[in-house]
Design a protein around this ligand. Structure first.
Ligand code: SF4
Ligand code: SF4
Length: 276
């Protein structure tokens, strides 16, 4: 993954705040003169579930996806790592856009489904203080002012298949809303690598679970362990539990008795149990 700051990457829109039951005065289809103009020079923040769906659509592993199509960035306070979809170097178009539209449409990321809607987070988000929707009006987009009364924000979200992405993104959101991010220093290089692997490089995370001493140290029910071998969605949920345990010491994982004893006795045992 290449790197840039999120301030360099994210452009400026003119947001209008909306509620879920507000009318969305917008229409988009392939007859527009602006068709696919929104797929150029755009900052698309990827969630772990976006990466899962896109690598599956492309039939490549997660590491290859990240190498080819991702840029590593971070939030303004430098505490939260962010993964962005990499635009083509020359024409700055999305690597998946074609004359006929998005070549991975059924698997396009959350942000593409939402557009022209965005979802703003409060300055200090918590599980109870959620963000609001906003409408981005950008000059290149000619879909505004042509769909009044046809649908609400809530209906748009359902039509675009966003519900599935929100459901699959809930564990990641819970991880990102953890108050500990605000309190602690930016992640150390080791922890950053662990975070990126567990969130975005699921195929490597699977090898970490099955090809190291991980299952000797952690008590994972055999049915769950079996599912983790082939089911990416299960693995992603498990990865979020693992990160909450290892980054924030939440009780989302249980050490086996011998590993817990080693953790009590020595710092080295603790490091081993945490997977460092
Ligand atoms: S992923 Fe598809 S919808 Fe999103 S920017 Fe690329 S081509 Fe456009
Ligand atoms: S109307 Fe807006 S969202 Fe639709 S194709 Fe045109 S620029 Fe993209």
């Amino acid at each position: 993954m290449a790197e840039e700051t999120v301030e360099q990457a994210v452009g400026h829109a003119h947001p209008v705040q909306l509620g879920a039951d507000d009318a969305l005065d917008f229409r988009c289809d392939c007859s527009r003169d602006c068709f696919t103009d929104c797929c150029r020079d755009v900052s698309i923040i990827l969630t772990p579930y976006d990466v899962l769906r896109m690598k599956r659509a492309l039939r490549i592993d997660s590491g290859t996806f990240l190498d080819r199509y991702a840029i590593l960035s971070c939030t303004r306070d430098k505490k939260l790592p962010v993964v962005l979809l990499r635009m083509n170097a020359g024409d700055k178009r999305c690597p998946f856009v074609t004359q006929g539209g998005c070549s991975i449409y059924a698997h396009r990321p959350w942000a593409c489904r939402m557009y022209p809607l965005g979802q703003a987070q409060p300055d200090h988000p918590t599980p109870t203080e959620r963000g609001h929707y906003f409408l981005m009006r950008e000059e290149f987009c000619h879909g505004h002012g042509q769909g009044k009364g046809t649908r609400t924000v809530r209906e748009w979200i359902r039509e675009q298949g966003i519900d599935t992405f929100e459901m699959m993104g809930a564990s990641f959101e819970r991880l990102m809303l953890n108050e500990s991010w605000q309190k602690q220093e930016p992640l150390s290089p080791d922890k950053l690598a662990m975070y990126l692997m567990a969130c975005f490089d699921l195929d490597r995370f699977r090898r970490f679970v099955f090809e190291t001493r991980f299952l000797e140290l952690f008590d994972v029910h055999e049915d769950r362990a079996e599912a983790l071998k082939t089911n990416d969605e299960e693995l992603l949920e498990f990865a979020m539990d693992w990160l909450r345990f290892s980054l924030f010491q939440e009780k989302t994982m249980r050490l086996k008795a011998n590993a817990a004893e080693a953790k009590r006795r020595t710092p080295a045992g603790e490091a081993a149990a945490a997977g460092h």
